[in-house]
Structures are given as C-alpha cells and as structure tokens.
Write a protein that binds this ligand. Structure first.
Ligand code: TRP
Length: 355
C-alpha cells in the first residue's frame, strides 16, 4: 500500500485528503437471521466478484450494533445470528484470505465516530431517509421509534468512513445511506479540512436485483416468510419452488402462458446461467406447450446447483467453529487498528482538547 491522494469529487475538488489506501471495499449486514438468495443476487454475488477480481482491501462488517437498534428487546437473537452470518459468508465462498470479517460491536471507534457526525446532521434530514421511513412503517414503530434506529444512517456513515472505504457494494435500499454518508463527508471536510474519504455506492445493475419472494408478494424477506435460504436443503428448495406462483391462467400445458410477473421466470432470469436458452423457454411458454412442472424442475435444479457447494462448505465450518471465530477475531483486530487511525485523524481535525 502506498500513499495516495484521494480526490474528493465534484465541487470539493480543491479539498483533498491524503490517506494510505488502495481501493477499500466495505460492506456489511445486520445479524438478525440467515442470508437468502435475495441477498445473493442483491449483494453477495458482487462481493464474490470483487474478491475474485483482487486488488481490493475488502472488509465485511457484521453490524450487530445496528441490529440492536431494532432488536433492543431481543439481544440474544442478534448474538446468535453473528456466527450464523459468519457461516453463511464462508458457505457462499467469501474467503478470509481475501476478506476481513469484522464484528462491529468490538470496534470502539465505530461507536465513537457517530458522536462527532451526529452534530453535522439535522433531525429533519434523518427523518427524510426513505429507507428508514419505510422500515419505521413496516416494523410498526410509529412514534415509538428508538433514537438509535433513526440514527443508524449516521452510525453507518461512521462504519464506511472509519475504514476509508472508497467502494460500498450494497443493495438498492441502501443507496440513501450512501447519500447520507457522502453528505457527512462533505460537511465534515468543508468544516474541519480534508479528512474523510468520499465513498461511492456500487449498486447491482440487474433489474432483478431486488428479488421477489417465492409468493410473488414484494421483496424476499424473512419477516414475510417468503425466502429461500442459502442453507436450505435440496428437498426444501424443491418444495418452495413447487409452491411458486406462475400464471393463474396457464391451466393446461397447451395454454399460452404469461412470462411477465411469473415468479418462476423472475428467478430463472436471476439464476439460470444460459440466458439464450432461457429466451427460447420464454417463447415456448408464451406459445403454449411448456408446463409449469417442467419449468419448476429446471428452476429447482438451477438453484440446487448454486447452493450445493455452499451447503458443503457450511457443513465443514459447522464442524470447525473455532476456525470461524478466529477468522472473525483476526479481521476485527485489523479493523480496530485501521479505524483508530481514522478516529485520531477526526479528533485532530476537529481540534478536540488533547490530554
Ligand atoms: N444497513 C446495512 C443492512 O441493513 C448493514 C450495514 C451496516 C452496512 N453498516 C454498513 C452496509 C456499512 C454497508 C456499509 O444490511
């Protein structure tokens, strides 16, 4: 790694921060349940690609502090999800040789930085965040929303800036967090001098990146109970696929069928490797003569081909939990060092009284 001038974009061009960095990738998940194939198309596939490309310093954050912002009454759920998340990461193929796995609550700077950033964001601005607004509604918080929850975009800005992240691969619902982070970086650097690195969101470019649930009702999500999990066994996947919604008017095999809004095709679009063959299947289905049973069999096979090596890796690591923990410890130790450097820079830039 060498010293590199980081040019802060656009109107900030005069404002530059010098930090030691290659391209730093930071992303993360709240530990609150197992990862599903919606996560796979939404962000895990991108992470695997970045890992394979090489040349990046990659951090993956298990955001347990953030998970507590809406789970304060069930901390055990968050705690138990930490190792599950590690197992999902390793199962999917993220490799500790290329990736640092970090436990958020074990990194003090991530709790301290928000104390400085909070003063740079208005309450009204926080309340405008569309993702947070939506979550407040779906989680039924109404007026009882915890301050910590409304504040989590600021905490996330701390996560991102603490690592000097330049690239943040996230699902589309996280775009507002990146916008908020960029505003904080801009405000901080304008006020206290060039200190923080300006991050860029890396959003999935496939239209199917927000995978619908197996019931076809909205996004795949644990709370809606419409997920196929990475750890589901082959029979479970077959069952879930069999129950999928297709075209209610496609009663006989010979009937012409609808492809648009047909969940089986949505999934094939996302996962079937041979897109040319898929286009032929769509034509055939539209004409009539291609049955749902055959189509579902193809989809179940496609998904099980993807998931089989993940199940194998998971089974291995479930038998080697000490190794799993050591990966998390090592990544977290590294994170503590990097983020403490950023914290020191931040305190110096603001001009905190030094003892
Ligand atoms: N908000 C993200 C989610 O709900 C998790 C997260 C926390 C995150 N800190 C982050 C994502 C930093 C990217 C970068 O999944």
């Amino acid at each position: 790694m060498k010293d590199k001038k980081i040019v802060l974009t656009g109107e900030d061009a005069s404002c530059q921060a010098t930090v030691k960095t290659t391209s730093v990738v930071l992303t993360g998940d709240r530990p609150s349940g197992n990862l599903h194939i919606g996560h796979y198309v939404g962000s895990l596939a991108t992470r695997l690609k970045l890992q394979a490309d090489g040349g990046y310093e990659i951090y993956i954050l298990i955001a347990d502090l953030q998970a507590l912002t809406d789970n304060a009454h069930q901390p055990a759920k968050v705690k138990n999800a930490v190792l599950e998340l590690m197992l999902d990461y390793l199962a999917v193929g993220l490799d500790p040789k290329h990736v640092h796995f970090v436990l958020q609550s074990a990194v003090p700077a991530l709790a301290e930085l928000p104390m400085y950033y909070m003063n740079l964001v208005s309450q009204a601005r926080l309340e405008r965040n569309p993702t947070v607004k939506n979550e407040i509604k779906t989680k039924g918080f109404n007026k009882d929303v915890p301050v910590g929850f409304v504040n989590y975009p600021i905490s996330q800005a701390a996560d991102i800036t603490a690592f000097n992240a330049t690239v943040v691969p996230v699902g589309a619902d996280q775009a507002p967090m990146l916008e908020q982070t960029r505003e904080i970086v801009h405000t901080f650097n304008s006020l206290y001098g060039a200190t923080l690195v300006m991050p860029t969101a890396m959003l999935p470019n496939k239209s199917c990146c927000r995978l619908v649930g197996v019931d076809g009702n909205g996004k795949m999500s644990k709370s809606l109970g419409n997920c196929i999990y990475l750890k589901d066994d082959a029979v479970t996947v077959e069952q879930k696929v069999r129950q999928m919604y297709t075209d209610p008017n496609h009663l006989k095999i010979t009937d012409p069928g609808k492809v648009e809004g047909n969940v089986v095709f949505t999934y094939l679009d996302a996962f079937y490797p041979d897109q040319k063959h898929l286009a032929e299947l769509k034509d055939h289905y539209r004409r009539g003569g291609l049955g749902d049973v055959a189509l579902k069999k193809l989809l179940a096979e496609t998904l099980n081909n993807l998931l089989a090596p993940m199940r194998e890796r998971r089974a291995y690591y479930e038998q080697h939990l000490d190794t799993v923990l050591n990966y998390l410890r090592a990544g977290t130790q590294r994170a503590i060092e990097v983020t403490n450097e950023t914290l020191a820079r931040v305190r110096k830039a603001i001009g905190i009284f030094q003892l």
